[in-house]
Structure formats: C-alpha cells, structure tokens
Design a protein around this ligand. Sequence first.
Ligand code: NAP
Length: 306
Amino acid sequence: MQNVVIIGSGPAGLTAAIYTARANLSPLLIEGWQSGGQLTTTTDVENYPGFPKGIMGPELMKEMRAQAERFGSEFVTGDVTAVDFTQPPFSITIDGERAIHTKTVILATGASAIQMGLPNEKRLTGHGVSTCATCDGFFFRGKELLVVGGGDSAIEEATFLTKFATNVSIVHRRDKLRASKIMQQRAMNNEKIAFVWNTVVEDILGSEVVTGVRLKNIVTGKTMERSCAGVFVAIGHRPNTTLFTGQLDMDEKGYIRTHQGTATSVPGVFAAGDVQDSHYRQAITAAGTGCMAAIDVERFLEANEK
Ligand code: NAP
C-alpha cells in the first residue's frame, strides 16, 4: 500500500514527488514511456525562474527528476491503463498487468498536442508532419517549412526551425496572433519567418514524404498549393484525461475540475499541472500546483490518520 502515487512526470508530477518525498511519504511516480512531459519537446525555456540564461526543456526535466530521486522518490516506467477511484484504497493498473494500491493519488498527466484532423496529416506523421520542432527540426536542414498556428507554441517552433530551414511560413487562420507580444516581436524581426494570414491547411501533399500543402484563404475562399518539406502543427493541446472519464468531475473540454487547492471531486485524489489548467499552462504554474498537491496530500493523510 502506497501513501501517494503520482501519475505523470512533467513539472507538476516531479515537483509533487520532490515535496512528498521530503515529507517522508515515499512517493511512487509512474512515468509514461515518454518521460518528462511536454517540456521534453521544447527548446529554450527562458521564463522559468532561476535560469537567467535560459535552459533547454529536456535539461530542466532531467534536473527536476534528479532532484526528486535524490529525496527517495521511486519511479516506475509504464502506461497507466486503468484506474479505480470508487473508494480508497485506490487502484492503478500499469500496462494492463500490475495493479498498485494507494491511499492518495496526484494526477499530473498533462496535455497533448492537438492535430488538424486531415487524413494525410496522420499518414505523413513522421514523414514530414510533426508536432515537435525540437525532436524533428534537425532533419530539415536547408528545407522550406510550414508551421500551423498563431499561439506561443507556433512562434516558438517557427523560431527554432529557422536554425535549420531556409525559410519558415507561419500559417494562421486569423490576421492576429494569440502569442505573447515578446514572442510576436521576435518572429516579426526574424527575416526567415513569413506569415500567411487568414489561411488554413486544407490538405497535406506527398506520397512518401511531405512535398507541399494546399492552403485556403478563408476570407477570399481561394486555394493555392505551396511546396514545403515539413509541416509543424502547433495548434494547442488537449488534457490527457480519457482514463479518468466518468470517475472525476471535468469541464466541457475534459480538464479536471479542482477546488480548495488541488482537490478533485473524489477525496484523496488530487490534480496538478496542465491536466487541470486550461488557462495558464506554464511550466512554473504546473510546478506550483504540483507543490500544492503534495501539501494537500500531506494534510489529507494527516487528517485521515487522526
Ligand atoms: P494556444 O495558445 O491555444 O494557441 C493555439 C493556436 O492554434 C491559436 O492561434 C489558434 O487559433 C490556432 N488553432 C487552434 N485550432 C486550430 C485549427 N484547428 N486549425 C488552425 N489553427 C488552429 O496554444 P499554444 O500556442 O500551444 O500555447 C498554449 C499555452 O502554452 C499558452 O498559454 C502559451 O502562452 C503557453 N506557451 C508558452 C510558451 C513560452 O512562453 N515560451 C511556449 C509555448 C506555449 P486562434 O488564435 O484563432 O484561436
């Protein structure tokens, strides 16, 4: 029987592990096969306090994991395939085989990249279509690339890709960016970046690998084909909560509803990070709620043991 099981290994999960380990709760953290969360697919993190020169996302996660390990957190690698939160002790099944029982749970499963939903997008994923510039940018040295989206992710991906590409076009469905002003300015000042406004990707072209896209201007209705070697989709994220559907209260987009800090609708089950935050979605806010969840767990166990 565990005191606390943490599901997820991004900033929320690892911060919860650091705090619960230091509170002598011997946390068990289940990290998926792609450990480290979304920051492992990002480049320079310039806004995480304590790193005035910035730090690479994967490096930051490695350091957080080492810190959690230092205080005695236990790690299990595998995918959680089932959970039962009907009554304590809660049960968590890993890879369909191993069931773990625990007094409390911290859910920190984060969110995943949304895709456009085009048939050729799926077929050509890994062959020119990507949602991760850090992972795949290197393969596009000297090529023309396209990034879809108008938020911080799109700008960040495009800026990173200019290290390799000859030019990067950002295709956005409106004529205004959602990205923060500083990121916008950086992209506007980058001579390798161009914007294609009021435009959506109608299709991705190529039989074996991406050779281009068909774009549609949604104001004029005109379509045009454009050649490119890669399409990076950066149109937002969806919370990873399918597994918990029906067991916890969630909002209409599937984010877990929390109250009084990180408590969910089931006493003893807590949620931290992007899985319960559709608004701020920053590494530092995820880490902050991970800390809150750890303290909430500690107080919950204390109250119940009394
Ligand atoms: P986001 O802010 O939700 O932006 C998604 C963008 O994709 C929007 O511009 C949206 O268009 C567009 N979009 C959505 N669905 C689309 C579709 N089906 N087809 C075409 N375009 C579509 O997502 P994000 O950029 O991933 O950022 C998420 C959060 O992480 C934000 O809070 C952001 O500040 C943060 N973040 C921060 C950093 C950083 O500070 N370094 C880096 C990355 C992300 P509309 O604008 O028309 O809605």
